[in-house]
Design a protein. Structure first.
Length: 461
């Protein structure tokens, strides 16, 4: 029998446990030390706060510095200049144990050391119970990264009631916003974060809000395989599925990189449209290929297509039809339907027999329409296909009459240049370097390519 069988967890405890399990990946000491080197602390009565201290690695490394510089520091002074917040009870205890051990090693009596650690580390939620007015000179740590869609409803509702809407899509956004709101005028924020808040469109309002008072003083990529470690009760084996950076924010007047709604790219710390010249969006039409839902319904194989009216079928391709940079002969077909006219009986029978397999988000009120309509799409011209997930920018020529599917990117030449000229531009070394500097990183060396990104790409290098 487990302890939870005797003492069932409350809904809040379950929510906190779920949050901890999803986000408890801690920062390695060298990364912590490097960030602490970048901030103006310890000095005088400047206060350093870790808003989500986990097992106390940031607090511990900061405390060691403080004790070296001020070995005779009094308890009241210590607790004023160094503080931590942690929501999860066992993590808070780990953090307190780390602090107490350091104090004991420095000569503090064990009971006094433990009492000080309990006051230094507050077991509470920084987002809802933390300070609400300027209070901190330095905020340093590794706050959690978790999309609100994956957050327990109880915590999600609390945060949405407390925080501005632009800070409620990811917990990292919430912590960035709250840290900025409690920062004193000469303060600085030094955090390990996932990189996407810097350039995602969904974080534009967050960047704009932060940029009203702060800018980037330092921004560096981290190696996810060495920047973190996991608690002992977490499964090991692979690095976190993020692309981390260390970032130091300071008042705008002394920051080296301004913050605004515009994206900032860690590998090329500027904005994609700052370069002079023409962009791809000005000379070509960049669109997203339609998603037609679960395979076998609106996209069928050759055997199924053989029993359907050929005039309602269009050859369809996906990235698995590309081999060694060349498009292979299509082996699938997309069923073309229109909203104002039911399809022939054979197609209707096929759809009715298979629609139960359609992903919920792909169902339409008009039962013979695909999740994303494409019946007005012009297929009379050849295009360039760019996979939306790729290691390099390698456009593939697609003849007319073929439909790309599944949200890959298609490029159609405008009047100013030919498709061949665009293909040569996109195949250049400069274009690939630009893409790798500006695209969101994924796992295993892949990048996420979007229509917005390609439209902003300069085509004269």
């Amino acid at each position: 029998m487990q302890m939870n069988d005797l003492f069932p967890l409350t809904e809040r405890e379950e929510a906190i446990n779920a949050l901890h399990y999803a986000t408890a990946i801690y920062t390695a000491a060298p990364v912590v030390d490097d960030l602490l080197d970048a901030v103006d602390w310890p000095r005088g009565n400047r206060r350093l706060v870790d808003p989500s201290c986990g097992d106390g690695i940031f607090l511990g490394r900061a405390l060691a510095r403080l004790l070296r510089e001020r070995p005779e520091v009094r308890e009241d002074e210590l607790l004023d200049v160094l503080q931590g917040w942690e929501l999860h009870p066992s993590a808070a205890q780990q953090s307190r144990a780390r602090v107490a051990e350091l104090l004991e090693d420095h000569g503090w009596e064990p009971g006094k050391a433990m009492a000080a650690s309990e006051r230094m580390v507050r077991q509470a939620d920084f987002l809802t119970a933390g300070p609400t007015e300027p209070y901190c000179h330095v905020l340093a740590g590794n706050p959690p990264y978790l999309r609100y869609t994956n957050l327990h409803q109880l915590l999600r509702a609390e945060y949405q009631a407390t925080l501005p809407a632009y800070a409620c899509s990811d917990l990292l956004h919430s912590f960035l916003d709250r840290c900025a709101s409690v920062l004193l005028p000469d303060g600085e924020i030094a955090l390990v974060t996932a990189d996407r808040w810097l350039f995602n469109v969904g974080a534009a309002k967050l960047r704009e809000s932060l940029g009203n008072s702060l800018g980037i003083h330092r921004l560096e990529r981290l190696d996810p395989s060495s920047a973190f470690y996991r608690p002992k009760d977490r499964r090991a084996g692979s690095p976190p599925r993020i692309h981390p950076v260390s970032v130091v924010l300071r008042p705008s007047a002394v920051a080296s990189i301004p913050l605004s709604a515009a994206p900032v790219f860690p590998d090329k710390q500027g904005q994609p449209c700052q370069q002079p010249g023409i962009t791809l969006g000005e000379i070509a039409k960049v669109t997203l290929a339609p998603w037609l839902g679960t395979n076998g319904i609106f996209v069928v194989d050759e055997a199924t297509a053989a029993g359907l009216p050929v005039e309602h079928l269009v050859p369809a391709i996906d990235t698995d039809d590309i081999r060694d940079g060349q498009l292979q002969t299509p082996t699938r077909y997309a069923i073309r339907t229109t909203p104002d006219c039911p399809p022939p009986p054979a197609i209707m029978a096929h759809l009715e027999a298979n629609m139960h397999r359609m992903a919920k988000r792909g169902l339409r009120k008009i039962p013979w329409l695909p999740p994303e309509s494409w019946h007005k799409r012009n297929l009379d011209e050849p295009i360039l296909l760019v996979p939306r997930i790729a290691r390099s920018l390698r456009p593939v020529r697609v003849p007319s009459g073929i439909l790309p599917v599944n949200h890959n990117l298609s490029i159609v030449a405008a009047d100013r240049v030919t498709l061949e000229e665009i293909e040569a531009m996109l195949s250049s070394r400069e274009a690939n370097e630009w893409m790798q500097a500006h695209a969101a990183r994924l796992e295993s060396g892949f990048f996420s390519l979007t229509t917005t990104l390609l439209r902003q790409m300069p085509v004269r290098f």
